[in-house]
Design a protein around this ligand. Sequence first.
Ligand code: HEC
Ligand code: HEC
Ligand code: HEC
Ligand code: HEC
Ligand code: HEC
Length: 395
Amino acid sequence: MRYIVVIGIFLTSLYGEIDTKWASNKNCEACHRAISKYWETSRHANSHFSKNILYKKSIEHMAMKNPQYLVDELKVKCAKCHNPRISKNIMSDSEKILLSMEDEGVQEEFAKVLNSEQMKHGINCIVCHNIEEIHLDKTKGSQGLEGVTFGTLGVMFGPFKDAHSPHHKSQYKEYFLDESPTLCFTCHYSHTNEHGLEVYSTGKEYESVASKQGCKVCHMSPKKEGVASEFAMLGEKPKIRMVRDHRFASVNNSTILQDYLEINVTKQDNNLLIVLHNKAPHSIPTGYGLREVVFGVEFYNGSQKLDQKIERLTTLWHDEKGKPTLPFLATKKEKDTRIAPQGTQHYTYAIPNGAKRVEYRLSYRFIGEEMAKMIGLSDPFFTKEYKVKTESIEF
Ligand code: HEC
Ligand code: HEC
Ligand code: HEC
Ligand code: HEC
Ligand code: HEC
């Protein structure tokens, strides 16, 4: 009996509450100001359900469609990658039963775990910089916190062999220095839903091409001269080092799509030829399965619109009834019109008689309109079109 109790405790309390000294970037900001400010613009800073309405609504929609799931149970499961410093990463069957019976004690316990300071700060500094070892088994896909071993709190692992900080211990780890995507792959390699369908596969896409450039050069920045910390040890000056920006560039905080998605529009006889070239080593769009690149062409004679075409580069997910659904609930990938890693797609449109001008626009959406409506999402951050490029060409 005692044996069982011990196992139970072990399984449900693998990770402890984190000392507030390390729980958020607020305690790093004084010395790592630039890094901290950049990180705050990234989706990594918004990965907790209280800061991300799309994530929250997705969880609620899943629980509504599948009454065997509890909202809190999903929040614990998804935290593996979305909030890896969760202090209790397993919900036992008995806890699940108590929760579904609205047991106040267990409700309160999970409310505390799921809303702690360290959870709210998402994929923060000590998620990446307290990883002592990465043991990712790619055959299982990304495992988030299960693919890493966290080190002693207060030790910051990083790219330098000679860093000295008055606030914390520092230790070099190769996965910060080299170009390899190992660190990013602990969450971004791939993930399969309960129906065996792959819902994220950025890492697999990357491995399908010969690229060895890693992820940091585009999603952080090329290495450049700067400082790791604006403060140094007493009596010393900050060292000038080769560093990168912590922006984890996405469409909303950078020009990454303008920089790496090429569009070429030409007229040939009575046709308009459009070539889209993806310079990224993963599909565009990649990652979360409802992203959409929208490409629209309108033909005009003066101010009269003669014709228009719209292409949506995205993935369409279907449930067992053949209805559109969220990636996590899907049993089938119905359609995939994304651009392959480093791939090119061609489109040809007949130019209507009398057309004097064509206008095209390339834009991006975090989630397509139909799916947003289905889960009741109206926050413009997610539903608006992010303009990438528009141009008007006279014939
Ligand atoms: C601990 C897991 C984890 C690690 C490690 C991680 N990420 Fe992420 N990343 C996520 C999650 C989860 C999100 C989505 C957050 C959200 O939008 O709520 C995300 C979002 C992003 C985004 C923005 C995507 C968007 O929605 O616009 C980029 C870009 C990104 N990560 C790049 C990287 C790079 C580059 C690395 C390696 C240096 C990395 N990530 C390491 C989990 C991780
Ligand atoms: C998603 C993972 C991730 C997160 C979150 C993250 N970092 Fe980093 N950090 C990295 C990587 C990767 C490097 C190595 C960059 C390079 O090649 O120079 C790095 C480098 C650093 C460096 C060395 C200077 C440099 O630019 O190389 C410092 C200092 C640092 N990070 C502090 C922080 C702080 C403070 C936070 C929170 C505000 C933070 N990091 C959040 C991944 C992360
Ligand atoms: C009192 C100032 C101070 C505070 C607060 C501070 N750091 Fe640092 N940190 C430094 C200094 C100084 C360095 C070394 C810079 C150098 O050598 O160029 C450093 C280096 C680092 C490195 C690089 C380590 C390596 O070996 O490559 C990381 C990562 C880091 N800090 C993360 C953090 C995180 C995360 C926090 C907040 C929990 C934090 N720091 C809080 C001053 C500070
Ligand atoms: C050559 C530049 C380049 C490299 C290298 C690169 N990416 Fe990207 N990445 C992009 C572009 C451009 C986008 C925006 C289009 C999109 O969302 O697909 C993007 C988007 C993403 C997104 C989704 C952002 C969103 O808004 O949903 C994730 C996640 C991501 N990349 C992860 C990675 C990871 C992990 C690696 C390394 C294995 C990597 N990227 C390497 C250019 C790059
Ligand atoms: C294996 C790691 C992993 C697990 C487990 C995971 N996610 Fe994610 N999730 C990611 C990564 C990485 C991204 C960023 C990809 C991107 O933005 O393109 C992401 C992005 C998302 C986004 C988009 C957020 C945004 O800001 O646009 C939603 C919604 C989401 N996940 C829902 C979930 C739900 C719900 C669960 C649990 C059922 C879950 N995820 C479990 C890794 C994971």
